[in-house]
Design a protein around this ligand. Structure first.
Ligand SMILES: Nc1ncnc2c1ncn2[C@@H]1O[C@H](COP(=O)(O)OP(=O)(O)OP(=O)(O)O)[C@@H](O)[C@H]1O
Ligand SMILES: O=C(O)[C@@H](O)C(=O)CO
Length: 421
């Protein structure tokens, strides 16, 4: 095992695993803190998927450290901490506290932080994160139900979360290539910084950052910055050439879409799926809370669908409607109510013969995968940037596309099935 990765949510883990597979690394995604390092699957990279993005920082730190122990015991030569390309976090964390704890565990005085993922329109320029042509703080992420982002200056955002001084390796330095970036790291260290935000607006920048990061014990960022890491191992003769996607086969069975994400991209995808005639059940969290509807109601509805085509159960709503729900129930209660319901529904759907799932939303995917008690996911073909099909093991294998809220083209829910022949 070469690269040990810890991801703060399920869809982020899948996104990272896909990036590494595309770079030629045999990669397995495991769900939750590995209990026994000796039983981790054989692979070049292992991505541990946690659900630690919005948990209390102490919990996120404890789970991340326990995962790091397992990955190091399994032989990892470098650790990667994966968080969201839109830097989803609050002033309490969890990006800063987890980075601090991993640095301390590894005894490393310096690391980089780079959420850029140009393939999905996330770029960092002069330390400011852009979503498409908009600053993060003007993007739909300002209305995220759990981690609303109101500051685009990542040096400021991260400084509020970490014990370390945070500095910037700016565009001009990155543009000049790997050696210049390594010098930028040295300058940041000399200025007393423990973490440097690194600008990147293209994949070329990310490859260069990857090369400059070859000797860092810890790399942190979105999946984008992992694009250059496989080459470091290849250069050392540690990667054997193989086709990591060979042998992926999706189990046959009924198909369902479960959407708990309220992100702008998911709202568009839900609308397009409905326009395409996909049968749809909308969850009203207030009705769920008062007991007017329950997971049973949704399963009864699902059992009446013909099973010939996918159907959709979704709680996706507009920012105004989310605000009303959160005012009535509280933010965390509203979130966990919907997540728990969708997790129960997913388990019930497997009982009805569903074997193929699209799940939208990182927190939602975490809840669903836990509800289904899945332990490991094999990575399959890419549907859209950052979202592959995956396949679970066990007695009842499932095909799952775990879609980050803001990823995927508008027709994602309609077209994704075509890759599962
Ligand atoms: N109608 C609703 N009202 C209030 N909260 C909701 C509603 N629908 C879903 N939620 C909650 O909002 C949260 C959405 O987070 P989730 O991570 O699943 O999606 P996302 O943030 O769009 O995706 P990602 O983290 O991949 O970017 C979940 O906790 C979900 O339960
Ligand atoms: O980096 C991203 O944007 C995604 O992989 C993700 O983590 C969303 O939950």
């Amino acid at each position: 095992m070469l690269l040990g990765c810890i991801a703060d949510d399920l869809t982020g883990a899948t996104d990272l695993a896909l990036m590494l597979v595309r770079g030629g690394m045999r990669t397995v995604q495991v769900v939750g803190v590995p209990e026994d390092p000796a039983r981790l699957p054989e692979a070049d990279a292992i991505v541990v998927a946690l659900k630690s993005r919005t948990t209390p920082p102490e919990e996120a730190v404890a789970e991340s450290l326990a995962s790091a122990e397992a990955l190091l015991a399994a032989g990892a030569r470098q650790l990667f901490f994966k968080y969201c390309s839109t830097f989803d976090s609050t002033d309490r964390g969890n990006i800063g506290p987890v980075t601090d704890a991993l640095m301390e565990r590894l005894g490393c005085a310096f690391t980089l932080a780079c959420p850029a993922f140009p393939g999905n329109q996330r770029t960092v320029y002069q330390g400011h994160l852009f979503v498409g042509s908009t600053l993060l703080s003007d993007s739909p992420l300002k209305d995220h139900p759990l981690t609303p982002m109101h500051d685009s200056n990542l040096v400021s955002v991260l400084s509020r979360q970490t014990r370390h001084k945070v500095s910037l390796v700016p565009f001009e330095t990155v543009e000049a290539g790997p050696e210049s970036i390594a010098e930028g790291f040295d300058r940041a260290r000399a200025e007393g910084a423990g973490i440097a935000i690194v600008d990147a607006v293209s994949d070329r920048h990310l490859f260069a950052i990857g090369a400059a990061a070859a000797d860092l014990p810890l790399v942190t960022g979105g999946s984008g910055v992992a694009i250059g890491l496989p080459e470091n191992f290849r250069r050392q003769g540690l990667l054997t050439e193989s086709d990591p996607l060979a042998g992926f086969a999706a189990p046959p069975g009924k198909a369902a879409i479960l959407a708990g994400s309220c992100s702008a991209a998911t709202r568009g995808q839900v609308a397009q799926a409905r326009a395409a005639g996909i049968p749809a059940y909308q969850i009203d969290p207030l009705e769920l809370s008062s007991g007017v509807v329950s997971p049973r109601t949704m399963l009864d509805w699902a059992s009446q669908q013909d099973g010939e085509r996918p159907f959709m159960i979704f709680s996706t709503a507009t920012p105004d409607s989310i605000r009303q729900v959160q005012d009535a129930l509280g933010r965390d209660k509203a979130g966990s109510l919907v997540e728990d319901a969708l997790a129960e529904v997913a388990a019930g759907l497997v009982g009805q013969g569903v074997r193929r799932f699209i799940v939208a939303g990182g927190e939602t995917s975490g809840a669903v995968v836990n509800g289904l008690k899945l332990q490991a996911l094999e990575i399959g073909p890419e549907i859209d940037p950052g979202v592959p099909w995956t396949r679970s093991g066990g007695e009842t294998p499932l095909a799952l596309a775990l879609k980050s809220g803001n990823f995927g083209a508008p027709d994602f829910f309609v077209k994704a099935w075509d890759l599962l022949l």
